[in-house]
Design a protein around this ligand. Structure first.
Ligand SMILES: [Zn+2]
Length: 451
């Protein structure tokens, strides 16, 4: 967790009484209307049964045909809810509008984002299992009994006792990352469309492909979106709001050796693969993902390819601060220089590419999008937490492109594994937070909105 001081813009929110933690079927939003948890659960279970894995090796957007199935379904469903301006772009972005219900001037247009794809490592097409009123005992997933969830190995599961825990069956992802976010956005949109008495400004919805391969918003036209502030629904723990991500670079080291027939290679051959191995072994272990957490950054070799004549080492560099990221680049340069000194007959070339930047650099200039999200979490009766994300979100790129986009929880846990889980209650709370957030922006609007 990280505290950012001095940027609260002097906001003072009226105190609201704490709402007791809701129990099954009793999640009430700000206007006292119950959120329809039956619809929310059905939606989530419908979405996770579709296989929407993305694929980094594909050049198309969406990267896989499976994602179209969910994106087209969402287009139909959001149309059926009665949203306006429903479109699906040639790259699969589903956009829609919830028209403003307030005529108050100066209310910004919000956008709610959730991504339709799931992680690439494991199959999608989950068979969801609802463990009603979870009793706290280990959950053995039936299709692979070696996959077990317990309160010892998944501490947040202790907080889920008595709630309705949803898992997959053991051989697939659940896909709560990010179909929990998709279901939450859809449920919140449905609620607002059914309750026009709730005052809010214009809200845009965006369901996008390919977040998991870092291309979630690269074909999104921000002018077409037309929003002032965005929120991604792509977070874990109940009450979580994230406004800080890694800053990220990629690095490539190209090693050119000297080729020779191995039978006559003595004093001639320079084996590029051996040098690649030496290079990776010389990267300091204290700056590896295996040895860092919290705010620590790292250099992480992700791929070695090649043969004895030439080899390529690919790495990702991560840090929360730009000077820390520069220091990671310097590590790569130093280890490459040492390799050149050790084997002058080899050619060793290093290149870097910027990937994304910590969204805090932009958000801290005006923390209102974050402060309002934190207040909405409080009004939903939860204690906000603001951990830094050891990764990136679609919000990292949106924010860098000028659209501030903090991230809000939707309850996903153990993501990118067969043991992925979420509770219906956490998803309902995320719906509640979105509804309160929409009202908060309408309530607090100045006559002129100037971000
Ligand atoms: Zn995600």
């Amino acid at each position: 967790m990280r505290f950012i001081g001095g940027s609260s813009n002097g906001l003072v929110f009226p105190r609201f009484p704490k709402i007791p933690f809701p129990v099954w079927g009793k999640v009430c939003c700000a206007n006292g209307m119950a959120i329809d948890t039956t619809d929310l659960l059905e939606r989530f279970c419908r979405y996770v049964q579709l296989d929407t894995r993305s694929d980094a090796h594909s050049d198309t957007t969406p990267s896989t045909p499976g994602q179209w199935n969910l994106l087209r379904l969402l287009e139909q469903e959001v149309r059926a809810l009665g949203a306006s301006d429903v479109t699906i772009t040639e790259h699969g972005y589903v956009l829609a509008t919830l028209p403003a219900t307030t005529t108050k001037p100066g209310v910004p247009t919000l956008a709610w984002f959730a991504h339709a794809d799931t992680a690439t490592e494991l199959p999608g097409a989950a068979r969801p299992i609802v463990h009603r009123a979870y009793d706290g005992r280990p959950i053995v997933l039936p299709d692979d009994p070696t996959q077990v969830l317990s309160v010892e190995t998944t501490p947040h599961l202790r907080d889920a006792i008595g709630e309705d825990v949803i898992t997959a069956s053991g051989t697939t992802l659940l896909g709560a990352d990010d179909k929990a976010g998709v279901a939450v956005v859809m449920a919140a949109a449905r609620h607002l469309l059914q309750h026009p008495e709730i005052p809010h400004g214009k809200i845009r919805l965006c369901f996008n492909p390919d977040e998991e391969i870092g291309r979630g918003v690269h074909k999104l036209d921000l002018a077409q979106l037309g929003a002032d502030i965005a929120y991604t629904l792509d977070g874990g723990e109940r009450g979580e709001v994230n406004f800080e991500t890694f800053s990220a670079d990629g690095a490539v080291v190209e090693i050119r050796g000297v080729a020779s027939h191995p039978g006559w290679a003595k004093d001639v051959m320079v084996n590029a693969l051996r040098l690649a191995g030496r290079f990776v072994a010389a990267l300091p272990m204290e700056f590896s993902p295996e040895r860092t957490d919290l705010l620590g950054g790292f250099v992480h070799p992700t791929e070695i390819t090649g043969n004895s004549e030439r080899a390529t080492v690919r790495m990702i560099l991560r840090d929360f601060e730009l000077d820390g990221l520069a220091a990671k680049r310097a590590i790569v340069e130093r280890v490459a220089a040492e390799l050149r000194t050790a084997e002058p007959r080899a050619r060793v070339e290093v290149s870097f590419a910027e990937q994304y930047r910590n969204m805090r650099y932009w958000l801290e200039k005006d923390m209102r999008p974050v402060e309002y999200a934190l207040e909405a979490v409080r009004r939903a009766g939860l204690a906000p937490v603001t951990p830094a994300i050891r990764g990136g979100t679609d919000g990292s790129r949106l924010t860098a492109r000028g659209l501030p986009a903090p991230n809000i929880f939707c309850g996903m846990h153990e993501v990118h594994s067969q043991r992925e889980w979420v509770t219906l209650q956490d998803m309902a709370l995320a719906v509640d937070v979105l509804l309160r957030l929409a009202q908060l922006w309408a309530e607090q609007a100045q006559t002129r909105f100037g971000l």
